[in-house]
Write a protein that binds this ligand. Sequence first.
Ligand code: ZN
Length: 423
Amino acid sequence: MSEARNLRKTTYRLYPTPKQVFALDALLRSHQQLYNAALEERISAWSKAGKSISYADQCKSLTLLRRELPEWRDAANCSSQQMTLRRLDKAFTAFFRRVKAGQTPGFPRFKSLGRFSGFSVKSHGDGWRFTPTDGWKHGSLRLSGVGQIRARGQARQGGEIRASDILHRDGRWYLSLTVAVASPERTRQADGALAYDWGVERFLSGVTHTGELENIDNPRWWQQEMEQTIRLQQAVSRKPNRRSNRRKKAVRRLAAARAKVARKRLDWVHQQTAALAGKYALVATEELTLKNMTRSASGTAEEPGKQVAQKAGLNREILDTAPGLFTSLFRYKVLETGGEWVDAPTRKLKPSQRCPRCWHVAKKQLSQRMHCCEQCGHQENRDTASARVVLCWALESISGQELAETGIHSPRETPPFATHRVE
Ligand SMILES: [Zn+2]
């Protein structure tokens, strides 16, 4: 597994004291000046002598500068200055690559302090040190020449600290911390196979290779959040004057509530997918299409009540976008831990119309929540039946060799049902 896959970036907001802000500003200015001076050097070498200057050349010049001029030496840490030169080098590489590709990119330009986004710090311990607190959630950054700065963030996981960035945006300071997280164990307990489908009543209906059900209900707070958001939306629409302060306040409240729901939903999806990825080495679901990325709002429209339109809109916002998010995070986690992911071809397989026991295909109405096979009499929850079809197909379509690599132990001895082929 490549190391890059295990590098995680987390942003911490920095809370410097007024004195530290002064020192940070001076540091930023010194990097900006270095960047512009290096750009100037490249341009004049090219225009005067037709000579191109490399990153290595500029590092040598920097060493000389630092030896001759104390203000360069005192301005910033050497490896940090080298990383600013590297940044310029990357801008040039990207510029030439795009020229070569026949595009007309903008030439790397001189940067004003306002447009200069920040600088990098290299080896941890060399001029900087981040000390995490609260299990990596927050911490403090010790920066040479500036001091100890309070940092607040939302990291989920710690690790070995690597080269990171200090960013300045809209008058605020941030630390974009890069950590190398331990690569997840391949020899995990995950040895099962799972296929799943979505529903309106139940968030996820899954079937495992031993035929057991793995279901996830809609969290109760979704309904509560939805009702609260409807109230806030009504509060906005009761204030038609777009310029009134009361309306602005209501709009702000609504936006804050929406952002909170989005955060909560992301947390929930992370938790659920992490738990499942730890259990299953092979996961199959219908391929993601625009249609099945959202769950049909018709589930609520079938029982029309008050505020149908508003509810349908919010349903989309709060519930229906969750499957797409869920599947992309789930897929990422399964593949990251060396598992196998199978996308079933919806149009060819027709999982929601097919009987998982006898493979007979019959159209269902959306309102029909049970699968009742007219041929073999098999009865089951509609979404579970559909997941079972996907699982049978996935176990059939993946070769024995590939299956062995996922660590699933002879699934064909205990298939969810007799195996079938798609004709
Ligand atoms: Zn049947």
